[in-house]
Write a protein of this length. Structure first.
Length: 226
């Protein structure tokens, strides 16, 4: 029941993300863009779309997530949700899992589009490692948004995550050593192309951040009064 409820809250958001991506690709093809330009655009947009999907599909903690827009304060059904015979931790895990599965499905689709338009067909191992890179890095972004949902209302969850990610990107851009640890490095085909060694530092950092944000989310929800 909890998973179905989470799906009802996020299904149109998932459809919206898919629709935006499909319309973007259709527009490129309809305008007669050469394959090389489509490839350049897709590999630049893949990290952006993956981050957007992670932020947009991340659960709203134990709050009810609105269908399209964000709202201030708490949804009216939240108190009913809290009265259900289920722990806050389980509620968080179920909602986070549904959104994470949707995000992973979108990321795999975005990666498939990027590799399809690649001027050089990647090997199976290259395709799998790139998909793994993007998935792991995107989950760090997803966990950040999930954590912010536990301490901020829905209106500021997305905005706060964008500001934090923008600051992280600027720090990595300005400080070369710091970019080795950035999740954005693993997502990008510019800083880590298909033929480059796997950016292990970036992946390990993403895993650590995702775990820490998940743990922090649980701790916040267990102690928060509504």
């Amino acid at each position: 029941m909890l998973a179905y409820k989470a799906w009802l809250e996020t299904r149109w958001r998932f459809a919206f993300v898919l629709g935006v991506t499909a319309l973007t690709l259709i527009a490129y093809i309809a305008l007669g863009a050469p394959a090389g330009r489509v490839w350049q655009s897709m590999r630049l947009m893949c990290p952006l779309l993956s981050c957007f999907a992670a932020l947009y599909l991340a659960g709203a903690g134990i709050n009810t997530q609105t269908t399209y827009s964000a709202m201030t304060g708490f949804h009216g059904s939240m108190l009913y949700t809290l009265s259900l015979p289920v722990t806050r931790t389980r509620l968080l895990y179920v909602r986070a899992a549904v959104g994470a599965l949707e995000t992973c499905a979108f990321v795999l689709l975005a990666v498939a589009m990027v590799l399809y338009w690649s001027p050089q067909a990647p090997t199976l191992s290259q395709a799998l490692f790139y998909a793994l890179r993007v998935l792991v890095s995107t989950m760090a972004v997803y966990a950040l948004s999930m954590f912010l949902a536990c301490i901020l209302d829905e209106m500021w969850q997305f905005t706060g995550a964008v500001l934090i990610l923008s600051a992280a990107w600027l720090i990595g851009f300005r400080l070369a050593p710091g970019s080795q640890f950035s999740p954005f490095r693993a997502m990008s085909l510019l800083s880590a192309p298909l033929t480059a060694p796997i950016p292990w530092l970036s992946l390990l950092t993403s895993i650590v951040f995702a775990g820490l944000f998940l743990l922090a989310s649980v701790q916040v929800l267990e102690r928060k009064e509504y």
